[in-house]
Design a protein around this ligand. Structure first.
Ligand code: SER
Length: 321
């Protein structure tokens, strides 16, 4: 990994992966791209930004060529709730975008990281300790694109030797950029609303268990997998990874330790509840632990403490770190 391109760099994960990779590999070696426009912050940090719509293969091709890219972190994607509202868009962006990246990676011999998701599982998948290899019959368009993406990445590895790697991310919790239209978003919104208004109305039932992960762990998983010894990787696309599994009521109780008069209400959104109900309660991530040493640093308690500290600074003192 010497010359890196990130797609979807202004999204929830991209916004933080960008600075993480710059620190690790050098500012000049990380090119960020997004369909949205670059932020002033990014320019002031001295980053290089290129506008890329992943449906425009020619544009990806010219950026990869211009900067002699050898590794792509392909994060541009449509998430689950937005996907259900616009399935055609989800298919186009998640499948055609990935296909474009893989085709160019084949020609330019780039390594490719593509996130899969807990959404790659469906109602017939075992819900607890969901195995690495098990039934994958998702019933959301987002999940369909994630399973297809996993298979496509495997295909490019076996057929063409493209160094494809990926993880099945759970809900990602972070305090820099907001997630964009997923089912696990409640676990981020709850912190903003809790700190600003001391109350939150949750769109999922209080007993809906889902896998979650704090952003520092998500960044660590991404980079550790890409730096892992390839000879140890048996399940390239994609590894189950998790850090914590909790339901909205448990998270609300944890938040109350810091905001004692925090009030949680529920107004269930049937669409997002159905999506959450079709996903696992908790993944078994032993393959990731064995094959590349995956181990998270944050559980629900550690994540909540850190989220509250960081968000307080962001929301009330205009300092973001
Ligand atoms: N966070 C994602 C979503 O809710 C899951 O991969 O769509």
């Amino acid at each position: 990994m010497k010359r890196i391109l990130i797609t979807g760099a202004l999204g929830q994960i991209g916004s933080e992966l960008d600075s993480f990779l710059r620190k690790r590999y050098g500012n000049e070696n990380v090119i960020s791209s997004d369909i949205k426009s670059v932020t002033k912050e990014m320019i002031s940090q001295g980053g290089t930004f290129e506008h890329i719509d992943c449906l425009d293969a020619q544009r990806i091709y010219s950026v990869i060529k211009k900067y002699k890219i050898d590794t792509v972190f392909h994060l541009a994607a449509v998430l689950s709730a937005i996907g259900e509202k616009n399935p055609q868009l989800a298919w186009k962006v998640n499948i055609n975008g990935l296909y474009n990246v893989l085709e160019i990676a084949r020609e330019y011999k780039c390594a490719v990281f593509t996130p899969s998701s807990i959404a790659a599982f469906g109602p017939s998948t075992p819900k607890d300790n969901t195995p690495q290899e098990t039934t994958q019959r998702p019933n959301t368009i987002y999940g369909l694109t994630k399973v297809t993406g996993e298979l496509l990445c495997d295909y490019y590895y076996t057929k063409y030797g493209v160094d494809t790697r990926g993880v099945r991310f759970p809900g990602i919790i972070s305090h820099i950029a907001l997630p964009g239209g997923g089912t696990t978003d409640y676990a981020v919104e709850i912190f903003y609303e809790g700190l600003k208004n001391k109350k939150y109305t949750c769109f999922l039932n209080k007993d809906t268990y889902l896998d979650m992960m704090y952003m520092p762990d998500a960044l660590k998983a991404t980079v550790n997998l890409m730096e892992a010894d390839p000879s140890r990787l048996k399940h390239r696309n994609a590894y189950n990874v998790t850090a914590e599994s909790f339901n909205p009521e448990q998270l609300a109780d944890e938040i109350k330790k810091y905001i004692p008069d925090f009030e949680m209400n529920y107004n269930v959104d049937p669409m997002r509840q159905a999506i959450a109900d079709s996903w696992p309660n908790r993944l078994d991530d032993s393959a990731a632990r064995e094959e590349w040493g995956w181990s998270p640093d944050y559980n629900m308690e550690g994540m909540t403490k850190d989220m509250i500290e960081k968000l307080k600074l962001k929301l009330f003192t205009n300092v973001n770190n």
